[in-house]
Design a protein around this ligand. Structure first.
Ligand SMILES: NC(=O)CC[C@H](N)C(=O)O
Length: 327
């Protein structure tokens, strides 16, 4: 298989001339063939059930959208299906916290290091790092980052997310939101623990409400690809042209994606794909290829680390075959 693809690559089979005269574009035939190859990997995963609202997702789905720096897209599979953004929103929360809070103060509350524990670990908080969450992409770190957002945290992060995705009017999936809220005791425990240690100041419940609602925003592959492409271009959304975040903050957000974006699989993903990415338990993955493109993937069936099983395989293949690794 690898040989076939090197030959295909050599013939330029998976690229075509851009209609707008800019960079070469992928062909949708190539992208469709990659989705078809990794559907069995998707089927081998399991949808998340710890939030009951996620259990109804279709494990057979796999879709992808590639967006280049001119905003041109190539899509394949069921890319139009939406899932809830879940942990991918933590990147937007972190960017907003970076905008609202000086780095020295932010890192007094949250560090920027990987964890070997699960994303909703409590043990790390008690035992390690002077009670500071290890990074902004685990639940404790994201809740702490959200507490550093000034003013109306929910609407400010939503505005930023709409800018990053170039999708005004993003919607909250009310059923998933209610489900998160009703079954969110672990996140409550994490938040109250953080208040007991002074990491969180102020009211816990409204903060959690905002966190649950942000995790429940519906996005499709194109939204995720635009988010990635915006980070990849230093904060400029390639479709709207709007600058949503400073280049420096995008670099910080992507650096943490590289080391912590894929939970316990981050190291392996760095070796095999070599691009910053962030996953969510809804089955989405948002990836950025600095200076080149954004990639949005959706596949609700997850592997044992909580990442989209088909999505991880598909991204590793794209990186290998298109030479996307930044290393
Ligand atoms: N890994 C995830 O996507 C976690 C987000 C989810 N809403 C939670 O808090 O548990």
């Amino acid at each position: 298989m690898a040989g076939d693809f090197s030959r295909a690559l050599a013939k330029g089979y998976n690229w075509k001339k851009s209609t707008q005269g800019g960079a070469r574009m992928l062909t949708s035939e190539y992208l469709e063939s990659v989705v078809a190859r990794y559907l069995p990997a998707a089927r081998a995963g399991q949808v998340a059930t710890y939030i009951p609202g996620l259990a109804a997702a279709d494990p057979e789905q796999l879709g992808v959208c590639w967006m280049d720096q001119d905003g041109q897209v190539v899509t394949a599979g069921c890319w139009q299906e939406a899932v809830t953004v879940q942990s991918i929103v933590k990147v937007a929360v972190f960017l907003q916290a970076l905008a609202d809070c000086p780095m020295e103060r932010l890192t007094e509350k949250i560090s920027l290091n990987a964890t070997a524990e699960r994303f909703n670990s409590i043990v790390d908080l008690e035992e390690k790092n002077a009670h500071r969450p290890l990074n902004p992409y685990i639940n404790s770190g994201a809740i702490a980052a959200l507490s550093l957002v000034k003013g109306e945290a929910f609407s400010r992060v939503m505005d930023l997310l709409e800018g990053l995705t170039g999708h005004p009017g993003l919607e909250v999936d009310q059923a998933v939101y209610r489900s998160e809220r009703e079954t969110g005791d672990r996140n409550r425990a994490i938040a109250y623990f953080m208040r007991s240690t002074g990491i969180l100041e102020g009211e816990v419940e409204p903060l959690l409400e905002d966190y649950f609602r942000l995790c429940s925003v519906r996005v499709d592959c194109r939204d995720l690809a635009a988010f990635g492409a915006t980070l990849a271009d230093g904060g400029r959304n390639p479709v709207t042209g709007r600058v949503c975040a400073p280049r420096e903050h995008c670099r910080t957000a992507m650096a943490v994606m590289l080391s912590c974006g894929m939970y316990g699989q981050s190291g392996e993903f760095l070796v095999h794909a070599g691009i910053p990415a962030k996953s969510g338990v809804g089955g989405g993955i948002m990836a950025a290829v600095p200076g080149r493109a954004g990639i949005g993937v959706i596949g609700p069936a997850l592997n044992h680390t909580g990442n989209s099983s088909g999505g991880v395989e598909l991204l590793c293949a794209l990186s290998r075959e298109l030479d996307l690794s930044i290393l």
